[in-house]
Design a protein around this ligand. Structure first.
Ligand SMILES: NC(=O)c1ccc[n+]([C@@H]2O[C@H](COP(=O)([O-])OP(=O)(O)OC[C@H]3O[C@@H](n4cnc5c(N)ncnc54)[C@H](O)[C@@H]3O)[C@@H](O)[C@H]2O)c1
Ligand SMILES: [Zn+2]
Ligand SMILES: [Zn+2]
Length: 361
């Protein structure tokens, strides 16, 4: 059977997104059909719409989602109909060279549903990050479904599916922030504020939030920043050094994805410190840094793919921390909207008016 549902599609580079009827097949072997309950609008959706990720239009957008398993295909044992799940874009294979080395969070062979979803005329859709969750139903690989405690509710749970997890993980997994560390986060959208929440969870003693937008900095304070820096008014590198006794922060997390903010992160860190790039650059961006500075400043320059998370390990743990009142995931939900509100939500994100707009189905 094919399921006819509504979905939000980016049809061409830079064009506004449209609501379309999409066709979702029944799950085949290893696949799961999911009734989406909530899906956040992430900056990566905007990257897709702008053609910054690939040219495989049309895209079925949305990838930060939670929902309930409607049906599973043959051979699926990890989830069953009725399970409440957060969707992930890291269904680990267990067999690639990274999985075999015991590092499944880098899995080099993650998988998605094999069968395509299409427009009503049969045009094949590219689901964003292999998910496509701005839709009433979507088809994913069963390994992309991570069962969590339903008590947290879908708006909050879905956040872990991408941006907030990427931020928390950039701090606790990639940056390995710990109690004695000072941390600075450049760019405080959903991802950067996730990093602030992660640094707080790890008991960092100083957490400096940097953004161009005062609203983002106000949210950062609520989520756990100990200091805020408006980069429109103050040089962020100087400001981070001032707040760390002139040294720079032990860990600086770049959550914008631009060369100039990466450079700030690189120079705002203490000697032998760590810089973590979690913001996603676009293909035309390049970086020039004296190689001697890379050498003489020492430490580590890392990128964080999806916060180096392992969904089966991290999602249930973070939901538990939320339910215990130790991780303020609810503070990330600025507004809930309908499927027809995605285009306006993208504009609001660009204008800095929201931390997360979450589509509620
Ligand atoms: N690595 C990953 O796995 C991963 C996962 C999800 C998203 N991302 C990426 O992370 C980035 C942030 O995503 P988001 O959803 O939080 O986006 P967002 O648009 O909500 O937030 C970006 C923030 O950066 C701020 N900013 C922009 N230019 C700045 C500058 N020069 N100095 C300081 N702040 C500046 C903006 O004001 C905004 O608050 C994007 O590039 C996104 O694609 C990465
Ligand atoms: Zn693997
Ligand atoms: Zn995302």
């Amino acid at each position: 059977m094919t399921h006819e549902v509504r979905g939000v599609v980016a049809g061409a580079k830079g064009a506004p997104v449209r609501m379309e009827t999409i066709l979702v097949p029944d799950p085949g072997p290893g696949e799961a059909l999911v009734d989406i309950q909530a899906c956040g609008v992430c900056h990566t959706d905007l990257h897709y719409r702008e053609g910054g990720i690939s040219a495989d239009f049309p895209f079925l957008l949305g990838h930060e989602a939670a929902g309930v398993i409607a049906d599973v295909g043959p051979g699926v044992t990890e989830v069953k109909p009725g399970d409440f799940v957060v969707l992930n874009w890291r269904a680990v294979c267990g067999r690639c060279r990274s999985c075999r080395r015991g590092r499944p969070w880098y899995c080099f062979n993650t998988h998605n549903a094999r069968q395509p979803m299409t427009l009503a005329d049969g045009t094949r859709l590219s689901p964003a990050l292999g998910i496509g969750a701005f839709a009433e139903r979507t088809l994913v690989a069963a390994g992309q479904c991570t069962k969590v405690d339903p008590a947290a509710g879908p708006e909050v749970s879905g956040l872990l599916g991408c941006g907030v997890m990427a931020g928390i993980g950039a701090a606790i997994n990639t940056g390995a922030v710990s109690r004695s560390d000072s941390v600075a986060v450049i760019g405080c959208g959903g991802v950067g504020n996730g990093a602030i929440a992660g640094a707080r969870l790890a008991d960092a003693h100083t957490i400096i939030a940097v953004d161009l937008d005062q609203r983002k900095l106000d949210w950062a304070r609520e989520i756990g920043a100990t200091h805020v820096v408006n980069a429109r008014e103050t040089d962020p590198v100087e400001a981070i050094r001032e707040r760390t006794r002139g040294h720079g922060a032990d860990v600086v997390i770049e959550a914008v994805g631009r060369p100039e903010t990466f450079k700030q992160a690189f120079y705002a860190r203490d000697h032998a410190g760590t810089v973590v790039l979690v913001g996603v650059p676009t293909p035309e961006m390049t970086l020039e840094i004296p190689l001697l500075d890379v050498f003489s400043r020492g430490g580590a320059v890392k990128s964080s793919w999806y916060g180096d998370c392992l969904p089966s390990r991290d999602f249930p743990m973070l939901i538990d921390l939320y339910l215990q009142g130790r991780l303020p995931l609810d503070k990330f939900v600025t507004e809930t909207i309908g499927l027809d509100g995605v285009e306006a939500a993208v504009d609001k994100m660009r204008a800095g008016e929201v931390l997360r707009s979450v589509v509620r189905l």
